[in-house]
Design a protein around this ligand. Structure first.
Ligand code: G16
Length: 543
């Protein structure tokens, strides 16, 4: 089989963001764009000869073409084997599971997560290392550096692999094994949760809807929830994955998962509702007329972890990203375990989990996970909740009310301003930065400012340092306003404002978060001058 060395030249803008390289499909379709990035990965990750690569994606438009290109490049670069999901599909947590189970060298996951899909929408690619988790910053920076120097890439001349057929194929000296995309992941879930208890719950007078949003989780949810756990057919809605996600925006939040939200807030609402995103790593949890913030969800999971067989002996520690609310910190304190605060990005949890410091972790951006894989995991979170509900036999709302009585409530909200002019977005953050000294000691929203800074993190395991991870305004009573630019968008800039205030008084726990945080929201606008710099008077998305 002939290996071709294709001359190329660096293409600007291939620095991975919060979670890999994301760009418009049209950008990825440019000659050499994908190949340059993949060759740069293969060039910097070490000796790959004789190794196994895991490959799969969320099935979005351009997934199949990209898979074929990558298989041919893997063969040309000396991999011994590629494990690829049937149809080119692997959810992000399933890819992490497969990398770990088969001790692969690493994996390439094709996804732009919750970003819309289709010829005019987004595509993405990221490299995960042998622990199953996203490559740490040193690796992503090395990949980026390589993209700026690349002069050629290697690819074999070969026919495409039949991705829809499970089985083993050869491409020169390399084996390509097309695997069942769901089986390994489903077996892992079965080993973690009390499937009998969940089966019992689903057989009772308990109603449940799972929205797969026409994205990758459809087949996983149908197999696990309906076929294995006996949920009635039709429990999984929008379960057929589509290349354009049905024209939707598979981001499981109150804005984009509106079909599910309408059901859970409608007449005769079910007891429980959940959704996952494009690549299956995010989750949203709803009760009957009730929304569980991702920060609270993590805290409830930590507090109830021993109800789940895999965590029945307790959890080693917890971690959350800096903008995530401190609700889980209070649970950790009560349990006498450590709580780590990391920058935004799942890649920061991996070293803590590998070192056995952390069992559960989560982010405000609808991500929760544990050390069963090294990615956040949407369906795992849904099964975790089902397991809790099966044991406690209470409603979602009553579990949260009970939690707040015990730990107090961290009122929390994130306001996103999407597709803002990049220069204006930079000005907003800089304007707050310019007041770091003068804000200290001032009273804003009835609270005294204690400290303002740019969040920086030193990984306690490998000592690596990450700076500029969000502008923080911290108050003496523990309230916080945080400004950060998204690292996952593909159009202009997205400003995120994270707002948090702690309330111990149980008579105030029923307040709507937007009402409870109203003065903080005003203060955020006042100190950032966001409306003046961006011309926006309200957020695009509130979660
Ligand atoms: C990714 C990362 C998450 C991060 C989220 C939002 O999620 O894996 O760790 O919290 O993006 O990042 P940003 O605020 O920079 O947009 P996903 O689901 O998009 O892969």
């Amino acid at each position: 089989m002939r290996i071709k060395s294709m001359p190329t030249q660096p293409i600007a803008g291939q620095r991975p963001g919060t979670s890999g390289l994301r760009a418009k499909v049209k950008v990825f379709q440019q000659p050499h764009y994908l190949a340059n990035f993949v060759q740069s990965v293969f060039d910097v990750i070490g000796d790959i000869s004789g190794q196994t690569l895991v490959l799969g994606g969320d099935g979005r438009y351009f997934n199949r073409e990209a898979i074929q290109i990558i298989i041919k490049m893997a063969a040309a670069n000396g991999f011994a084997k590629v494990l690829v999901g049937q149809g080119g599909i692997l959810s992000t947590p399933a890819a992490s599971c497969v990398i770990r189970k088969y001790q692969a060298f690493g994996g390439l996951i094709l996804s732009a997560s919750h970003n819309p899909a289709g010829p005019d929408a987004d595509f993405g690619i990221k490299y995960n290392i042998g622990n199953g988790g996203p490559a740490p910053e040193q690796v992503t920076e090395a990949i980026f550096k390589r993209t700026t120097e690349i002069t050629a890439y290697k690819i074999v001349e070969a026919d495409d692999i039949h991705l829809d057929e499970i089985g083993q194929f050869s491409m020169g000296d390399m084996q390509v094994q097309v695997i069942d995309a769901v089986a390994d992941y489903a077996a892992l879930m079965q080993g973690i949760f009390d499937f009998d208890a969940i089966r019992g719950l689903l057989a009772q007078d308990f109603s449940f809807v799972f929205d797969a949003m026409h994205a990758v989780t459809g087949p996983y949810a149908t197999t696990i929830l309906e076929d294995m756990l006996g949920a009635p057919k039709g429990t999984v809605i929008n379960g057929e994955p589509k290349e354009d996600f049905g024209g939707g925006h598979p981001d499981p939040n109150l804005t984009y998962a509106h079909e599910l939200v309408d059901i859970l807030y409608g007449d005769d609402a079910p007891d429980f509702g959940a959704a996952s995103d494009g690549d299956g790593d995010r989750n949203m949890i709803l009760g009957n007329h009730f929304f569980v913030t991702p920060s609270d969800s993590l805290a409830v999971m930590a507090a109830n972890a021993t109800l789940v067989p895999a965590y029945q002996d307790g959890i080693a520690g917890v971690a959350r990203s800096m903008p995530t609310s401190g609700a889980v910190d209070r649970v950790a304190e009560a349990l006498g375990i450590d709580c780590y605060e990391t920058p935004t990005g799942w890649k920061f949890f991996g070293s803590l989990m590998d070192a056995g410091k952390v069992t559960l972790c989560g982010e405000e951006s609808f991500g929760t996970g544990s050390d069963h894989v090294r990615e956040k995991d949407g369906l795992w979170a849904v099964l975790f909740w089902l397991n809790i509900l099966a044991v406690r036999q209470e409603s979602v709302e009553s579990i949260l009310a009970d939690h707040w009585v015990k730990y107090g409530r961290n009122f929390y909200s994130r306001h996103d301003y999407e597709a803002v002019d990049s220069a204006a977005a930079t000005q907003v953050l800089q304007h707050v930065r310019d007041q770091f000294e003068s804000l200290k000691g001032q009273t804003l929203a009835g609270r005294v400012v204690k400290l303002c800074d740019d969040f920086a993190y030193t990984d306690p395991i490998d000592g690596s340092i990450s700076t500029n991870q969000g502008v923080r305004v911290l108050f003496e009573d523990g309230s916080r306003i945080i400004f950060r630019l998204s690292g996952t968008g593909t159009s202009g800039a997205t400003i995120r404002i994270y707002l948090e205030s702690y309330e111990q008084d149980t008579t105030k726990h029923d307040l709507d978060a937007q009402v409870a945080l109203a003065d903080m929201i005003d203060a955020a606008h006042q100190i950032s001058k966001l409306p003046e710099f961006t011309g926006r008077d309200k957020p695009t998305v509130i979660t």
